[in-house]
Design a protein around this ligand. Structure first.
Ligand SMILES: CC(C)(COP(=O)(O)OP(=O)(O)OC[C@H]1O[C@@H](n2cnc3c(N)ncnc32)[C@H](O)[C@@H]1OP(=O)(O)O)[C@@H](O)C(=O)NCCC(=O)NCCS
Length: 169
């Protein structure tokens, strides 16, 4: 099945900024999306309120099938930092992750954004492909550099997080 066929057969998915009432369902979605670190419900309550303008959810009926959290870097407002992207396992590979990122980048809050940054663990192939695909669509360069090391997490069990910077957009 091609991407176009998959999109056609996907029951309608809608995209919007998150609201406080979404936080518990977002927490449950992220909990189901390994290898993401699930944060507290309180953290998702903040993301769904203070950071709603740079975050988005994807809904299918009453189900939250996707979520992206992002913020403008406090010391560099032209940089959109993407914290987590999560798409429910049964909805993956149908363009929802990419559409969530486009939804945020196209918002008025990101009018002056020139760079998109995120961190990705070396083994997260789906995430690397997703973000490189966004760079390709926007004809933007990207570069990667070391950032958070395993020891920064206080545990050898946590893979390093490599910084990916896309832009100028
Ligand atoms: C990473 C993730 C968000 C991707 O979401 P998705 O909705 O499946 O991605 P999309 O369908 O929009 O695909 C975007 C691109 O990535 C590619 N892709 C998606 N999953 C892939 C996989 N498992 N392997 C290789 N490529 C993949 C798609 O083919 C597409 O490429 P294209 O634009 O060149 O056609 C999803 O796999 C997920 O939730 N994973 C668990 C949580 C996670 O690791 N999040 C990322 C770190 S924050």
């Amino acid at each position: 099945m091609t991407r176009a066929d998959a999109t056609l057969t996907l029951p309608q998915v809608t995209y919007r900024p998150p609201r406080l009432a979404d936080a518990v369902r977002v927490h449950a979605l992220v909990d189901a999306c390994k290898p993401l670190d699930v944060n507290s419900r309180y953290a998702y309550m903040l993301l769904c309120t203070h950071f709603a303008a740079t975050s988005a959810i994807a809904e299918q009926g009453r189900d939250v099938v996707g979520f992206v959290s992002g913020y403008l870097e406090p010391s560099a407002r032209a940089v959109l930092f993407i914290w987590q992207v999560a798409v429910s396992p049964s909805t993956r590979g149908r363009g929802v992750g990419k559409r969530l990122l486009q939804e945020v980048l196209n918002r008025p809050a990101c009018r002056d954004v020139q760079y998109l940054e995120t961190t990705i663990t070396p083994s997260n192939e789906a995430s690397w492909v997703l973000f490189r695909s966004v760079a390709r669509d926007r004809h933007a360069d990207y570069r990667q550099s070391a950032w958070f090391r395993s020891e920064d997490f206080g545990s050898e069990d946590h893979e390093e997080e490599v910084l990916l910077r896309i832009g100028p957009l």
